[in-house]
Design a protein around this ligand. Structure first.
Ligand code: GLC
Length: 513
């Protein structure tokens, strides 16, 4: 694992919506550069930036038309290189978003693969041998070319699936993962990674990482494939980092990823924290921590065994905003959890100020229900919240029109704001080695349908108990904890020899000798 991951704390930037430097209503690289001091000032030292490559933007850039060229709307390859350099000057590492599973239908590989004459790209994608046959395990597009066949798609219908083979080929069109064409696809992806790493990026977030080999229920072949790619990387670029969008560390860790997210899809667990019908992190106090703890125990064990890290994101461009249905105290409690768990924290831009999910928006670039979580950053009280000098109706996505919409400038000078709390929590994580990314973790009090939640973080130098009570009632746990309270939210805990009592909607970190 790259050394820098040991104390990395990530900030996810959705480039469309972060900062517009040229007044065209959409964010760009230069805008991100202007805001790097803000990111750094909060204590983040790593960035994941969503796709920024040439694309027709049917899925916000997850439909790549040219992997080697940035999208004009964000800037040139040279400007992206400048962004890498400006990050590095500030001690920030930056990951690009790699979409290895599919391209846009407009990618020249796909255009060539549609031709009826056989050519170098005929098998770059999964095509059946007849337009009347559908590819196993996939939706498809067909009737769009002279080539007689149907092309499998991974996500939306304009995202044809690249060919990495089938785990157990059954039909003539299905190839083995180590047949020449799937190997050529794999090599093409390695070449793309090399290109950007050589230019200065620090690694990749990998889109739909578990989906490459088809009909691979236990991911045996997908794991082998990633082991190959990850070991190529570790040899050539030992400082590069790879985080998978897989959502199941028990598979992604043996596959050689440094990090994997727990996510809103895949096994339940992450969802039960913040986004289920009865989330654990809610004043209502009707949730349960054990759906999460079961998934976490399995995930944490695989990460430990394989030398990787589990990441619990505050949200991302595909999920409801963390702030939806939550007030500021509840959000602070969420961050006390997110910034005290092991692994690498990831904060989605705007979550640090409680940016709202904007309801009722028209879908933008394949966002659909996700559009409300992708609105332009709210920097200050000026026009378009300081995001852009364009006319408001030209913005990439309309912003919240609420008169009390949160902004960075309003929260920066308010010590009780969510932003100040996030900054404080990051500083506390950095100052206390037991709270570090690699320090040990153990659930201490975690019971079905019960609050609070208590866990222990420890390393050779220090032990810290993290006690969280998101509910709006006083809660007691029969755990004897005594020590120095190094952080508390919404009131201090009380202890005796047998138990700890926590005020409503509170959190505390207790350092024990
Ligand atoms: C991932 C991305 C999502 C995209 C999909 C298809 O889940 O996060 O935004 O739509 O993959 O590439």
């Amino acid at each position: 694992m790259a050394d820098w991951l040991k104390d990395a704390i990530f900030y996810e930037i959705y480039p469309q919506s972060f900062m517009d430097s040229n007044g065209d209503g959409i964010g760009d690289f230069e805008g991100i550069i202007q805001k790097l001091d803000y990111v750094k000032g909060l204590g983040f030292n790593a960035i994941w930036m969503n796709p920024c490559f040439d694309s027709p933007f049917g899925d916000a850039g997850y439909d790549v038309r040219d992997y080697y060229k940035t999208a004009e709307r964000y800037g040139t390859n040279e400007q992206l290189k400048k962004l890498f350099d400006e990050c590095h000057k500030r001690g920030i590492h930056i990951l690009l978003d790699l979409v290895p599973g599919h391209t846009s239908v407009e990618h020249e590989w796909f255009i060539k693969s549609m031709k009826s004459e056989h050519n170098e790209f005929s098998d770059r994608y999964i095509w059946t041998d007849s337009v009347w046959e559908e590819p196993e395990g996939l939706n498809c597009i067909r009737g769009i070319s002279d080539r007689d066949g149907s092309a499998g798609v991974n996500f939306f219908s304009m995202q044809p699936a690249l060919n990495y083979g089938y785990a157990e080929p059954k039909r003539p069109y299905q190839q083995r993962p180590d047949d020449p064409a799937p190997l050529a696809t794999r090599q093409a992806i390695k070449d793309i990674m090399k290109f950007w790493l050589d230019m200065g990026c620090d690694g990749f977030r990998v889109d739909m990482a578990g989906s490459l080999v088809k009909c691979d229920p236990e991911y045996k072949e997908t794991i082998k494939l990633w082991q190959d790619i990850n070991s190529f990387l570790k040899n050539k670029y030992p400082d590069a980092a790879m985080v998978s969008e897989w959502g199941e560390p028990k598979y992604s860790m043996p596959a050689g990823f440094d990090m994997d997210f727990l996510l809103h899809f895949g096994p339940e667990g992450y969802t039960s924290l913040f986004r289920s019908a009865k989330p654990f992190f809610s004043k209502k106090g009707t949730g349960t921590p054990t759906v999460f703890s079961q998934l976490y125990d399995i995930s944490y064990k695989s990460a430990k065994e394989n030398g990787g890290l589990v990441c619990i994101p505050s949200g991302n461009h595909d999920m409801d905003r963390l702030s939806r249905y939550r007030d500021t105290d509840e959000l602070k409690c969420c961050f006390a959890f997110l910034l005290s768990m092991p692994g690498v924290p990831f904060v989605y831009y705007g979550d640090e100020i409680g940016m709202e999910y904007v309801e009722g928006l028209t879908s933008k670039e394949g966002g659909y229900g996700r559009t409300g979580s992708r609105t332009p950053m709210q920097w200050d009280m000026s026009k378009n919240c300081g995001f852009s000098s364009a006319d408001s109706d030209k913005l990439y996505i309309p912003q919240s029109s609420s008169p009390d919409r949160p902004t960075v400038s309003a929260q920066q000078n308010d010590e009780n704001s969510l932003l100040s709390e996030v900054k404080k929590l990051i500083a506390i994580r950095r100052a206390n080695p037991a709270l570090g990314n690699l320090s040990d973790f153990e659930f201490v009090y975690c019971r079905d349908n019960t609050y609070p939640l208590i866990y222990k973080r420890s390393c050779a130098e220090q032990t810290v108990y993290v006690c969280l009570n998101p509910s709006d009632k006083v809660q007691t746990a029969d755990v004897p904890i005594k020590g120095n309270v190094i952080y508390s939210l919404n009131g201090a805990p009380t202890f005796d020899d047998k138990k700890i009592t926590l005020p409503p909607c509170s959190a505390c970190f207790v350092e024990c000798k």
